[in-house]
Design a protein around this ligand. Structure first.
Ligand SMILES: [Zn+2]
Length: 137
């Protein structure tokens, strides 16, 4: 389904640039060895601003849970209503949660706990690629 184009800012630009290259990266604190998403100006645990780095992750995760969206205000998504809105947790750190529409999975037939793999999809407005997740068969 077509999606909104994110507008990268200074903080999120490395993340979105990596998406355009087909890579998933996570902001990681070098002191706590801990990942956070979305990116922030400082580590949310130790508050350090000087030890944040980007780390590439495997792009594998599991479905934590889901809902079905029947009506939302985002016009570009309305043609595909109702649609899945799943929460995916990263294999490297289940504390990292990302949303997905689970392309290829029929609405309301989401296999909670199943393995998923990241993929990248170009958005119509700007061509910026965004992450999406697909159930691994
Ligand atoms: Zn930290």
């Amino acid at each position: 389904m077509p999606k909104q184009s994110p507008v990268p800012d200074a903080l999120s630009k490395p993340f979105w640039d990596a998406c355009n290259e087909g890579r998933l990266i996570m902001q990681t604190c070098g002191i706590c060895n801990r990942m956070q998403f979305p990116p922030e100006a400082a580590c949310s645990q130790c508050k350090s601003k000087d030890h944040l780095m980007w780390r590439e992750v495997s792009g594998r995760g599991k479905i934590y849970g889901y809902a079905v969206m029947h009506d939302c205000r985002i016009r570009v998504l309305q043609a595909d209503q109702p649609f899945n809105l799943a929460i995916v947790e990263l294999d490297e750190d289940p504390g990292i949660k990302m949303y997905s529409h689970l392309p290829g999975t029929p609405v309301d037939e989401v296999p909670v706990g199943a393995s998923v793999r990241v993929e990248f999809e170009a958005t119509p407005a700007s061509g910026q690629k965004v992450y999406e997740w697909r159930v691994v068969k």
